[in-house]
Write a protein that binds this ligand. Structure first.
Ligand code: CUA
Length: 157
């Protein structure tokens, strides 16, 4: 009788531990499964930028009401996309930028946008463009002979 109770106790502990183990395993698997689909990418193989989505197609995309995403690649000496980027006044742009060669800068004078763009990493920065105009995007990290020429523009209408 005494032994029987002890065995039962051990069995209960064993089953409880198994249950906890399965629960933890389940939570881990489930947690991975429900990771946000648009989770920010922070690392990238710098030698495969042109083959790695979304940087295989650098572009400005409308992703919501007054909301845009600008996927850009900095290189010596310029920025992709080559096409003129245009947004309406009041729009917010989420920039995602990486470099396909060396360290560059990404600054939009007159705004809070000023990030370093390092090969192998993806820089994220957002800004709401309330005032219409032509916004200069320029490189403020010395990156070579034509560093001074490295710029593009964003048109806010
Ligand atoms: Cu790119 Cu300076």
């Amino acid at each position: 009788m005494h032994m029987h109770r002890l065995e039962k106790a051990w069995l209960t502990i064993g089953v409880s531990m198994l249950a906890v183990f399965l629960l933890v395993l389940g939570v881990m698997t489930f947690g991975r499964g429900i990771a946000p689909p648009n989770e920010h990418i922070h690392h990238i193989d710098p030698t495969k930028v042109s083959e790695t989505p979304p940087f295989d197609k650098p572009q400005l995309t409308k992703i919501g009401d007054n909301l845009y995403k600008a996927v850009m690649v900095a290189y010596a000496f310029g920025y992709d996309p080559q096409e003129q980027m245009e947004i309406p006044a009041g729009a917010t742009v989420h920039f995602e930028i990486t470099s396909s060669d060396v360290v560059h800068g990404f600054e939009i004078p007159g705004t809070n946008v000023n990030v370093m763009v390092t090969p192998g990493e993806v820089s994220h920065v957002s800004h709401t463009f309330d005032k219409p105009g032509e916004y200069l995007i320029l490189c403020n990290e010395y990156c070579g002979i034509a560093h001074e020429m490295m710029k593009t523009t964003l048109v806010v209408k």
